[in-house]
Design a binder for this molecule. Sequence first.
Ligand code: URA
Length: 210
Amino acid sequence: MSDHVTIVDHPLVQHKLTIMRDQKTPTAVFRQLLREISQLLAYEVTRGLPMTTKTIETPMQQMQAPTLAGKKLALISVLRAGNGLLDGVLELIPSARVGFVGLYRDEETLQPVQYYFKVPEALEDRLVIAVDPMLATGNSSVAAIDLLKRAGATNIRFLCLLAAPEGIKRMKEAHPDVPIVTAAVDAQLNDVGYIVPGLGDAGDRMFGTK
Ligand code: URA
């Protein structure tokens, strides 16, 4: 896989993902595992953030200690399944600003249509991490990134749980500047746009809907 995509091939991530894929896993366990995995993925998606130093006093002496530089980062959840990833990442980065992008699929054109958009101010000065568990066709992810760029974002990373090769290709064509971090890249999409083997509908699995 190219630099554009990072697969977090860590034993804990892969173990938790296997339990999430299992159709017998109950909603509460699925949600808890998503929270745990999202924190492990957040570790990877925030790699290389700009750092600075500040002067602090330890009980022993003064030191120049490393600290994150720049404006607080922005986490953008692509509704509704994005909220499952958002919760865990926000626990790890509690000072992050949070935004939401709501898109639905027009049943005639099959194109994503925006129904909600609320993002932090000064996106152009922040690292923006867009979160959506399933990168399937890539249509909604590309549309969400389009909207974020239109709102001023220039430094965007995309965090998902599972990706299909079709979605990665689509994202790479539309947004080659947006790196993708995922736990796994599955075989393909089925004829209705679900990732296989996948884990089913992420929103339904995390919220107990059908
Ligand atoms: N969205 C999901 O929730 N699951 C898929 O497999 C594809 C898109």
